[in-house]
Design a protein around this ligand. Structure first.
Ligand code: FPP
Length: 247
């Protein structure tokens, strides 16, 4: 065999074990832009493109629910022009995707407090949810104005109101009762959290749902993240031994 014979093609890894619910923290957009001397917004533009590619790949890999952390309750602290840029990307995505939604078997949902978002964005969100409500494939959650603590606080308030109205007795408040009052009611617990960009924290993302999640971190900045990187992360997840508190 000569020195330059074609390398044997590696077999495609099989993805038999994938998370039922994957949470993705799309981090590193600002640093990606800074490295290139661009405004932070440019990182979000590329990040939004990567989001579309990765969402489709999640579906291809058989993940049943994926949640993307798009805008947190803390992100309002960013400069107004950056907030505006992220909202415009969301607007653009929702408008452009209305056609795709018809073709795809993906159910789009939004988690977070949408009441403070611009009315046209709220309308587009409602349209996207309505247009995909009957879909039977992957559930795609976009977390917008989302915070885990805020979600739990809202759930607690709802429970307190139900108790006050006599619809619920305190003895009936158990873990399921709380789970059913979260934005993710009816969806599986989070199995895996993926955070690129070299940050190792959860940042108030799905804190209740992540009780037994596996964390996969990566140094790559989100705008550079590829389907191959997702496959590597899924392989790392598949190799984990999950015990759920047992032995
Ligand atoms: C975190 O990176 C990223 C965000 C707060 C925004 C994420 C939003 C997008 C990718 C666009 C979303 C659009 C659609 C359509 C889903 P960072 O800005 O904190 O990065 P840094 O840590 O490098 O500053």
């Amino acid at each position: 065999m000569g020195l330059f014979t074609k390398r044997q093609k590696q077999p495609e890894p099989t993805f038999d074990v994938v998370p039922a619910h994957l949470g993705i923290i799309m981090d590193g957009n600002g640093r990606w832009a800074k490295k290139r001397g661009l405004p932070r917004q440019a990182g979000h533009v590329t990040g939004a493109r990567v989001f579309r590619t990765i969402a489709k790949h999640c579906e291809k890999r058989g993940i049943s629910t994926v949640t993307f952390y798009t805008f947190s309750t803390e992100n309002w602290k960013r400069p107004p022009e950056e907030v505006e840029a992220i909202m415009n990307l969301l607007r653009q995505y929702l408008k452009e995707s209305l056609e795709d939604f018809k073709k795809e078997n993906i159910r789009t949902r939004f988690i977070g407090d949408r009441s403070v978002l611009a009315p046209d964005i709220q309308e587009l969100m409602a349209e996207a949810e309505e247009a995909t409500a009957h879909k039977t494939g992957m559930v795609l959650n976009l977390a917008i104005n989302y915070g885990g603590r805020a979600e739990l606080t809202t759930a607690m308030r709802r429970i307190a109101e139900e108790v006050r109205e006599g619809a619920l007795v305190p003895e009936a408040i158990d873990e399921d009762c709380i789970t059913e009052r979260l934005y993710t009611a009816g969806q599986p617990d989070v199995d895996m959290i993926l955070r690129p960009s070299g940050e190792y924290r959860l940042s108030n993302f799905l804190i209740w749902q992540c009780a037994y999640a596996e964390y996969v971190f990566d140094e790559i900045l989100w705008p550079d993240f590829t389907v191959k990187d997702l496959d590597r992360a899924l392989e790392a997840y598949a190799g984990r031994h999950r015990r759920f508190g047992g032995v």
